[in-house]
Design a protein around this ligand. Sequence first.
Ligand code: CAA
Length: 380
Amino acid sequence: MDFNLTEEHLMIRDAARDFAQTELLPGVIERDNAQTFPDELVRKMGELGFMGIMVDPKYGGSGMDAISYVLIMEELSKIDASASVMVSVNNSLVCYGLEAFGTEDQKQKYLTKLATGENIGAFCLSEPEAGSDATSQKTTAIDMGDHYVINGTKNWITNGGRSDVYLVIAQTDRGKGHRGINAFIVEKGMPGFDIGPKEDKLGIRGSDTHTLQFNDVKVPKENRIGEDGFGFKFAMKTLSGGRIGIAAQALGIAAGAYELALKYSKERKAFGTEICNHQAIAFKLADMYTDIEAARLLVMKAAWDKDQGNNYDMSSAMAKLYASKVAMEHTVEAVQIHGGNGFVKEYHVERLMRDAKITQIYEGTSEIQKIVISRGVIKE
Ligand code: CAA
């Protein structure tokens, strides 16, 4: 067992840290206020290889491992979780889904542009009445021979407005339950595919989240991913990897808030000394550091499982469950350590606290992670 990062991993981490400091930090508060994220920054992340981190270079990707992926996610998330969710969804849910389960034609047509950041992707599973209960898909995809016709609504879709490629999960044969669900590649601009207004959110406000409407959208048969009825398993397998990305995002949010709180506590004086010298603050720092390190070990273990070809359904669920809890609890503590300044936007911790909440909700709520973990434990 070796807990050291390789030289290559350290270089990748430092490149992501440098990018986050020089490119993401300036303007992060303004982007949060305005709910925007410029295409220019997405393009730069693409140039650095962050949009297709684990994709084979023959499809335009960076060919890195999952450890590199979580290192990049942690560093980006310390500064801007809106940027990192774009990276996570594009990498784990869209690029991975296409590379692992798509046809060669689908990879050539879609993956090559998604992996470089020339195009952006979205993953469309959630519906008004099918969030956690993902088998209850109301969106239909009727088989018309050489094409499918999709009708329905998808909610809370990350990258919903800015994407070029949408992976859409829909019910083809209700009688077959989850075995009648398929996944489709839908392109922006296909007739009948409409993008609703941007949601006004608590956190990750720079990332765009939309409701999508499908009214008789004709999708060619060659755009179905996998065998007929593979769609639910496609979603579950893809989400297992996505949860590693979101776990790393939560870790980064927690670590970013901790680093700010530590620095502040060494500068701010009260009762004649820096506040880190007061046990009330020092013990908070000790708890934060310990919990963040534990979350990092779970995140790394999940990524390592993926790299080793091990099953990572449980390790990704545990990493996400724990890291998101740590992110929520310790961003609140970081605000507390900052006192009145913590409540003010320019100190960044209030944004990190708002951003932390979604990590307990998307890509499977904490309650869903407990279902996955408990089922795995009972089966063992
Ligand atoms: N890999 C492969 N197959 C899997 C699987 C996995 N990880 N998990 C389940 N399956 C299979 C099961 O084996 C079963 O197939 P068989 O009947 O052939 O054996 C089938 O899928 C149905 O499984 P379950 O009976 O376990 O289904 P369930 O209704 O009990 O639900 C669940 C399981 C884990 C709760 C699942 O519904 C789930 O994960 N829900 C949460 C969905 C979610 O994460 N949504 C997030 C939205 S996406 C998002 O947030 C993206 C974004 O924009 C950021």
